[in-house]
Design a binder for this molecule. Sequence first.
Ligand SMILES: [Mn+2]
Length: 331
Amino acid sequence: MNRNETPRVQPDPNGPVGPVDSSLVPRYAGPATFARLPRLDEVESADVAVVGVPFDTGVSYRPGARFGGNAIREASRLLRPYNPAQDASPFALTQVVDAGDIAANPFNINEAVETIEAAADDLLGSGARMMTLGGDHTIALPLLRSVAKKHGPVALLHFDAHLDTWDTYFGAEYTHGTPFRRAVEEGILDTSALSHVGTRGPLYGKSDLTDDEKLGFGIVTSADVYRRGADEVADQLRQRIGDRPLYISIDIDCLDPAHAPGTGTPEAGGMTSRELLEILRGLASCNLVSADVVEVAPAYDHAEITAVAASHTAYELTTIMSRQIAASRTA
Ligand SMILES: [Mn+2]
């Protein structure tokens, strides 16, 4: 299909280029960009750039998250342009695009981290907010470095079964279990507004928790979400964050393996996808400057369960960013 002939949802001919019109081209036809959005090179500029980082050299257990971004894109074919939970049409409010993949060296973690940071600098420098699809959690460090160059130290909400604040693995500094310790050490996080959400499972020792607390993190465990409910948790997180620039990093293993089997280090007793989406909706008034969804490993997935959850998660985050950009323009 010639791209110039591709029918698109585009309510305003002078407004953003929308997704492929699924009433004219079936959802399962054509290339899979995120939510069937235009590619970056098909538009003049982007407000929100969905970008893949196919890199998983930093994993400690099951590999395979390098295939996560494209699995999420495939599952995102079913996303529709109106988000009733937030009463918004994110792709009509602002120009959202699929910016393709950042090509990172799979054999050299340090070089990959530099490449990802430089590519993020380019995208953020163009004025876009980033919605990154991982990749393993190592990639959050270079993404946060880039975001901090633009906004200063940012508040962080880290949805994950794990703390990801360990020091090193086998002597390696940059791994998927260490990005947030590095980020605190580098001064790129606002340590008055950091929280893990969804944490659970066995640790190496109690010192894992006391070390993490010293770095400045609060913890909302998976059991806290179950006992207190999504609304109360979102209220508490919103109060902690205030109007600080916020980065949200979502390891899909924050969800129970029933909701996200396709991931590298699954832990029993996790949140449901409904709880995750409801917490995110409760954060819609926060100043979300960029976000990532990582650790989708499709080789362990079944029936696209994990990729569907990740695509809806990215859609909710994209909607939050798009609404805020639109609101700032009319303010
Ligand atoms: Mn993680």
